[in-house]
Design a protein around this ligand. Structure first.
Ligand SMILES: C[S@@+](CC[C@H](N)C(=O)[O-])C[C@H]1O[C@@H](n2cnc3c(N)ncnc32)[C@H](O)[C@@H]1O
Length: 232
C-alpha cells in the first residue's frame, strides 16, 4: 500500500521507481544475473537447481513455433546445402529437434539440463556450456532459443561454435523477451547489442552473417529475430 503511494507520487513528479536488483550486473545495457556463493565464487549447483525447477514448472509449455523451424530449415538448405547433423540447445519438450528432423530429414539432437530430458525423443540430459568430444567440428548447424539461460554467454557461444563445422552456422533466436536478466534467464541484452557482443566474444573465430526476422511470434513479443552466426 505504502509502496503503491510512493510510486504514485514519484510518477506524478515524472520519476519512475524500479526495484534494485543487486544480483544483476549491468554493463552498457547488457545484464547478467550472478549466481554467487557467500565467498563470491560461482554457485553452479544453485544455477543448475534453478534451471531444473524452472524446467519442471514449465514442462507443459512449448515456446518454439513450427512455422519458424520450417522457415529456418528452408534457410539452412538454401545456404548450407545438404546437411547431416544439427544440435538444438535447451529444448525442454524437444519440439525443435523433432521439427528440424521432419523438415531436413537428418540427424538432430537436443540438450536439456533437466532430468526430464529422457522423457523426450532425441534429447540428452546435458549442460549446454559443456562440449562432448564427438561434437567438435561436427555440426552443420546449431539452433537455440535458450541462450538467455546461459550463466556465461561468452563461454557458452564459444563452446557451441567449437562444435560447428568450418562455414557452418549457429542460429540464436533473440526476441524482446530476451532483454532482461532474471534468476531463471541470467543473460539479457537488446538485439542491437548482440552483433557487438558476438564479435567481441568470438575474437575472429566467428561472425554475424545475417539477422533474419522470424515469420511467426507470440502475441506478448514485440520482435523476434534469428542471429545467423557463421564459423570463420
Ligand atoms: C525458455 S525454455 C525453452 C524450451 C524450448 N526450447 C521451447 O522452445 O519450448 C529453456 C530451456 O532450457 C533449459 N536449460 C536451461 N539451462 C540449460 C543448460 N545450461 N543446458 C541445457 N539446457 C538448459 C531449461 O531447462 C528449459 O527447458
Amino acid at each position: 500500500m505504502i509502496k503503491k503511494q510512493i510510486r504514485k507520487i514519484a510518477n506524478h513528479f515524472g520519476y519512475e521507481l524500479t526495484k534494485r536488483r543487486s544480483e544483476v550486473a549491468t554493463e552498457n545495457g547488457v545484464e547478467l544475473y550472478r549466481y554467487c556463493k557467500p565467498d563470491g565464487s560461482f554457485d553452479y549447483e544453485r544455477y543448475r537447481e534453478v534451471q531444473i525447477l524452472g524446467n519442471k514448472r514449465k514442462i507443459a509449455n512449448v515456446w518454439v513455433l513450427e512455422e519458424n523451424i520450417a522457415f529456418l530449415a528452408n534457410y539452412i538448405q538454401k545456404t548450407q546445402g545438404k546437411v547431416e547433423f544439427g544440435i538444438c540447445h535447451g529444448t525442454r519438450r524437444g519440439k525443435e529437434q523433432e521439427w528440424f528432423r521432419k523438415h531436413l530429414g537428418c540427424e538432430v539432437i537436443g540438450t536439456e539440463i533437466s532430468d526430464t530430458a529422457t522423457d523426450f525423443p532425441h534429447t540428452i540430459q546435458w549442460d549446454f556450456h559443456e562440449v562432448k568430444p564427438e561434437w567438435i567440428d561436427a555440426a552443420d548447424f546449431i539452433y537455440s532459443n535458450s541462450f538467455d539461460h546461459s550463466y556465461d554467454p561468452k563461454k557458452c557461444l564459444n563452446a557451441w561454435m567449437s562444435c560447428v563445422k568450418k562455414g557452418g552456422i549457429c542460429i540464436l533466436e533473440h526476441t524482446s523477451g530476451h532483454e532482461k536478466a532474471t534468476k531463471l534467464d541470467p543473460f539479457g541484452a537488446h538485439i542491437t547489442q548482440m552483433p557487438y557482443l558476438i564479435l567481441t566474444w568470438g575474437e575472429g573465430r566467428f561472425f554475424v552473417r545475417e539477422i533474419l526476422t522470424a515469420p511467426a511470434k507470440g502475441d506478448a513479443i514485440h520482435y523476434s529475430h534469428f542471429l545467423i552466426i557463421q564459423r570463420a
